[in-house]
Every structure is written in structure tokens, then in C-alpha cells.
Write a protein that binds this ligand. Structure first.
Ligand code: GTP
Ligand code: MG
Length: 171
């Protein structure tokens, strides 16, 4: 059994990475957030899978992303804003997939700002990269799917599905 899970949030500036973490921790939407949240550890007994979970925030403006961030992460949440198509188009999946094969989760934040779903835009990306475990649309503002998002991330590490961990079986 794993002793802990390390989740890294990445994505374009201002898509809401820090807000998502603060909403999870504070159970309300923070009007003001720092550029980068301190690393937090959620104790085992309050996580659905009973495993201590570290959540690591990242901001382009704060420090450059070093390979060690990727190597330490067990799962990477790629955050985009559903009202900003560029924020998904600019994500360089090639970059992520050439690193150690960790599961990726696509996170479409700010769902409170749009009526329609962004699934149409991300479906081709999902199909292209087998590392993408799942996708979720959420809102740090109205707390929609926040705990689910971190649960999916935890689950992707603890109960991997798909071809990720058996590449030799991949067609
Ligand atoms: P960087 O640290 O600069 O990379 O940005 P970030 O991805 O951490 O985004 P941050 O959490 O700082 O949020 C950017 C802006 O979006 C802030 O004004 C937030 O209040 C706003 N925001 C974040 N999440 C949501 C959301 O779910 N809905 C809405 N409407 N606004 C949001
Ligand atoms: Mg931030």
C-alpha cells in the first residue's frame, strides 16, 4: 500500500490553480489568493482513500518548473479555464508525456462562468494521450466538484486504470 500521494497542479496563469486548493482547504471561495499556495498535506483520516495527500501548487511567475517537480508528483492535474480556450490549447501535453509516465487529470475550472461544457474541445486531447486518466469540470467559486477533483487525482494513483501501468499491453 502507498504511504502517500503527491498531487501537482499546473496550467496557464490565472486559470485558478491556487483558488482550487484554497477552496478545498477553506471550504469557501477565497476572494484574494497568493500567487502560489503553500504545500499542504491532507491527513489520511479525512481523505476518501485514507492516504496522506500532499497538494503542490505551481505558478509560472513564482519559480520555474523544474524536472524534480514532475518526478516527485504521483499525479499531475492540468488546469485550464473553461471560458478560455487558449488555456487548454497552450498546455503542452507532449512535454508532460515525455516525462515519467504519471497519470494526468484535465481540470476545467470556472464552470460557473459558462453555460456550455468544454468537453468537445478536450475530447480529441483525451483520445490522443492515454496518460490522461480522466477529466473534470469544476468551479473554485461555487465549490462545484472540488472534492471530487482531488478524489479523482488520489484514485488515479491508488487505483490506476487503463494502459498507463502496463504499456507493454498497449496496442
Ligand atoms: P497563477 O498563480 O498566476 O498561475 O494563477 P492561478 O492559476 O493560481 O489562478 P488564481 O487562483 O490566482 O485565480 C485567478 C483569478 O481567477 C482570480 O481572480 C480568482 O478569483 C479567479 N477564479 C479562480 N477560480 C475561479 C472560479 O472557479 N470561478 C471564477 N468565476 N473565478 C475564479
Ligand atoms: Mg496561483
Amino acid at each position: 500500500m502507498r504511504k502517500d500521494v503527491r498531487i501537482l497542479l499546473v496550467g496557464e496563469p490565472k486559470v485558478g490553480k491556487t483558488s482550487l486548493i484554497m477552496s478545498l482547504v477553506g471550504e469557501e471561495f477565497p476572494e484574494e489568493v497568493p500567487l502560489r499556495a503553500e504545500e499542504i498535506t491532507i491527513p489520511a483520516d479525512v481523505t476518501p482513500e485514507r492516504v496522506p495527500t500532499h497538494i503542490v501548487d505551481y505558478s509560472v511567475k513564482f519559480f520555474s518548473l523544474s524536472p524534480s517537480h514532475f518526478f516527485q508528483a504521483n499525479v499531475i492535474c492540468i488546469v485550464y479555464a473553461v471560458n478560455n480556450k487558449k488555456s487548454i490549447e497552450k498546455v503542452s501535453f507532449v512535454y508532460f508525456t515525455k516525462h515519467e509516465r504519471v497519470p494526468l487529470i484535465l481540470v476545467g475550472n470556472k464552470s460557473d462562468l459558462v453555460e456550455h461544457s468544454s468537453m468537445e474541445t478536450i475530447l480529441p486531447i483525451m483520445n490522443q494521450y492515454s496518460e490522461i486518466e480522466t477529466c473534470v469540470e469544476c468551479s473554485a467559486k461555487n465549490l462545484k466538484n472540488i472534492s471530487e477533483l482531488f478524489y479523482y487525482a488520489q484514485k488515479a494513483v491508488l487505483h490506476p486504470t487503463g494502459p498507463l501501468y502496463c504499456p507493454e499491453e498497449k496496442e
